[in-house]
Design a protein around this ligand. Structure first.
Ligand code: CP
Length: 332
């Protein structure tokens, strides 16, 4: 049997997503036991992480397995391009690293969300896709610039726990100001997953912060197939009105992806794109979601992040449970 990777929310069919969420809910209610005893998950972090790293380690420990964590400081500089003449800084090709690691571990997780070129370059997720191509074991996307599917699984589980049925429910994905350039990963992944759940999604962002056209197109098709919709609004207040879930998150400008100074200039006048009590008051008593880390009182105020409708820590906690389900499906 060929191995199965988990690189994108779009890798899942709706029945597979439902099965995964049901398994996660069961794993949350009652620990599944040592079903992955003797298994090892290799985690490769090329960027910092708090939630992803800890929740995967905890998931593996609860299932009786182990994790090995490596950061970019531990690894040789890697070459992902095919047929590269490796006379630059890269000491090792991903092909060799992936094939070697596959002899040691049972699955590999990769976080690689750095900006390393234009959007046309980074949207290809070269490092992750190269690992997936050459590894003989399942590869999991722990966030690229393009997708963060494990986060989206936790987000959908959190919404399902709070709203029960998601079909037809109103979700606003609200762009927020952030002084640093951010990945589109969490936004792309939850957009597609919410569309697959048949939600009515409004994507709210300032002009110039459009998401990837292929992801938007795929999300609209998924929504249509599952009885939902995807709309885009450049009006933050109109987009929040009547929302049942307000999901706050900043993301980068794909047009100026390789020019952080230009992006910072474009964003200078957008500091009012912040989630505060006034914005939340215009919603339909919406849940407040954010994948974290969050810039408090920049992206969203303390009052809403610490408020009664905030489920930000439930989202973070659910990372462990959805990842346990994912690991059991891939490794058992
Ligand atoms: N949400 C999330 O992936 O958090 P970390 O960057 O801390 O892993």
């Amino acid at each position: 049997m060929s191995k199965r990777d988990f690189l994108s929310t779009a890798d899942l069919s709706r029945p597979e997503l439902d099965d995964l969420l049901d398994l996660a809910a069961r794993a949350k209610g009652k620990r599944p036991g040592q079903v992955l005893a003797g298994k090892t998950l290799g985690l490769l972090f090329f960027q910092p992480s708090l939630r992803t790293r800890v929740s995967f380690e905890v998931a593996m420990v609860q299932l009786g397995g182990h994790c090995i964590n490596l950061s970019s400081d531990d690894l040789y500089e890697l070459e992902p391009e095919e047929q590269a003449v490796m006379d630059g800084a890269a000491e090792e090709h991903v092909k060799d690293a992936a094939r070697t690691l596959s002899r040691y571990v049972d699955a590999l997780g990769i976080r690689s969300a750095a900006r390393s070129g234009t959007w046309a370059h980074d949207r290809q997720e070269l490092l992750l896709r190269s690992y997936a191509k050459y590894a003989g074991v399942p590869v999991l996307n722990l966030e690229t610039s393009f997708e963060h599917p494990c986060q989206a699984l936790a987000d959908v589980l959190t919404m399902r726990e709070n709203l029960v049925s998601l079909k037809g429910r109103r979700l606003t994905l609200q762009w927020c100001y952030h002084p640093e350039p951010k990945s589109l990963g969490p936004t792309h992944s939850i957009l597609q997953a919410a569309a697959m759940m048949g939600m009515q999604v409004t994507l709210a962002h300032p002009l110039g912060f459009e998401v990837d056209a292929a992801v938007l197109d795929r999300s609209r098709k998924l929504a249509q197939e599952h009885g939902g919709s995807v709309q885009v609004s450049n009006d933050r207040q109109a987009a929040a009105r009547g929302a049942e879930v307000l999901y706050a998150r900043s993301w980068g400008c794909t047009k100026h992806w390789d020019d952080a100074e230009r992006e910072a200039m474009v964003k200078r006048s957008l500091q009012d794109w912040r989630v505060d009590e006034a914005l939340m008051a215009s919603t339909q008593n919406a849940l407040l979601m954010h994948p974290l880390p969050v810039r408090r009182n920049v992206a969203a105020t303390d009052a809403v992040l610490d408020g009664p409708r905030s489920v930000i820590y439930e989202q973070a906690a659910n990372r462990t449970h959805v990842q346990k389900a994912l690991l059991m499906q891939l490794l058992k």
